[in-house]
Design a protein around this ligand. Structure first.
Ligand code: NDP
Ligand code: MG
Length: 383
């Protein structure tokens, strides 16, 4: 069945793998959006012929417009975060796939949902920062929120049988453990961005790769699971699965467990989000059990990896605490990638921000942005 897709964050790791799936399935592209990668987006425009392109950076938008001038059938070019929201709202696509990185994706997730679109969500920060707003909007507008994150896709796949889903007792959220698994604080203190950018199993964008090294990614995913599957945080258990073959598991009242397995290739969960509820052949290879030596399990070390502990504390506090943790982390990761703070400073700053306020209570979108701003400011004044 043919589909039309709007792809936000098309030039990133998830964005380009989404285009692999779109190419393989022969889907149409309605709109593409990125921040400032002009050359990459022009290549994508030449191949996929979207009707709209958004460059959030205004200079990049001008550059794209200039280079498309005079091209027959060129897309309309929009700019700024307003352009991103405008594209997310537009009628035309069957699904909006949001692969923007960071809280920058929140407004477009909400805009797509409020306009009645199904959303395939890679941008976990939308749920972490505005989980209450996003899930309320999904209920109110009767749309589907389809997980792209591999762990959440695994859980979603294991819960397709509605009858047994009612007896869910626990989610076992798997974690690779990242490049620094097994290390203690003394060893971690000197780790640089070059060390942290080497993930053992997945090739991803820089921010999520650092989040995987600090285990912040697993903390964000715990919060994401709480919102997506309407679970109390105590029902989400983190299990280190070093080979990233088991993408997550669910346990039912009879203590039976279902797992979803496959090679660590994001094109599997991306495709499932786009073809759900059906399955079709796709570009990812099969898992070869003749070469897979073992599947191992370990416990996550929250004493050492403070980001994970901070995220658990944040979801326990509720309200805007996860948003604050996320804002502190985005800012701290930016500073770490610029060699301005050390690896362990990331966890320290995220935890300090979570501890700095009570945060509870309901919130508006304006509150989310204010909390994000304050958390970033806290980090900048405590480095
Ligand atoms: P990348 O850094 O590779 O790509 C990010 C994309 O977002 C790029 O297209 C980038 O454009 C765009 N972008 C950056 N800033 C803005 C902004 N302010 N407004 C609009 N667009 C912006 O990230 P990933 O693909 O790795 O991750 C994307 C999301 O998916 C994240 O939320 C991540 O947590 C999640 N995810 C990623 C996985 C992975 O394997 N990579 C796995 C599971 C989830 P430009 O190129 O122009 O900068
Ligand atoms: Mg994941």
């Amino acid at each position: 069945m043919s589909k039309r897709i709007t792809l936000l964050g098309s030039t990133g790791s998830i964005g380009t793998q989404s285009l692999d799936v779109i190419r393989a399935q022969g889907y149409e592209v309605f709109g593409l959006a990125a921040h400032s990668s002009v050359d990459k987006i022009l290549q994508q425009v030449a191949e996929f012929h979207p009707s709209y392109v958004v460059m959030v950076d205004p200079d990049a938008a001008k550059a794209v417009e200039a280079r498309l001038a005079g091209t027959a059938g060129a897309p309309r070019v929009l700019s700024g975060s307003e352009g991103l929201v405008e594209l997310a709202r537009m009628d035309g696509p069957d699904v909006v796939l949001n692969a923007v990185v960071g809280i920058a994706g929140l407004s477009s997730t909400l805009a797509a949902i409020e306009s009645g679109h199904d959303v395939a969500l890679a941008n976990k920060e939308s749920l972490v920062t505005g989980g209450h707003l996003v899930t309320e909007a999904v209920k109110c507008h009767g749309v589907h929120l389809l997980p792209v994150d591999s762990e959440h896709s695994a859980i979603f796949q294991c819960l397709q049988d509605a009858e047994s889903a009612k007896t869910l007792t626990k989610v076992l959220l798997t974690a690779s453990g990242g490049p620094f698994f097994g290390m203690k604080r003394e060893e971690l203190a000197g780790k640089t961005r070059h060390d942290a950018l080497k993930h053992p199993n997945w090739a991803m964008g820089a921010k999520i790769t650092i989040d995987s090294a600090t285990l912040m990614n697993k903390g964000l995913e715990l919060i994401e699971a709480v919102w997506l599957f309407d679970l109390p945080p105590e029902k989400v258990q983190i299990v280190v699965q070093r080979q990233s073959i088991i993408h997550s598991m669910v346990q039912f009242s009879d203590n039976s467990i279902l797992a979803q397995l496959g090679v660590p290739d994001m094109r599997i969960p991306i495709q499932y989000a786009l073809t759900w509820p059906t399955r079709v052949p796709g570009p990812a290879p099969e898992l070869d059990f003749t070469t897979l030596k073992s599947i191992t399990f370990d416990v996550a070390d929250e004493e050492t990896f403070r980001c994970l502990a901070a995220c658990k504390k944040a979801i326990g506090k509720g309200g805007l605490a996860p948003c604050a943790a996320n804002g502190a982390n985005e800012e701290a990761v930016r500073l770490f990638l610029e060699d301005k703070i050390g690896f362990l400073d990331i966890g320290r700053l995220v935890e300090d921000v979570v501890d700095s306020d009570r945060f509870g209570g309901s919130y508006t979108l304006a509150d989310v942005y204010e909390c994000d701003r304050a958390a970033r400011q806290y980090v900048l004044s405590h480095v």
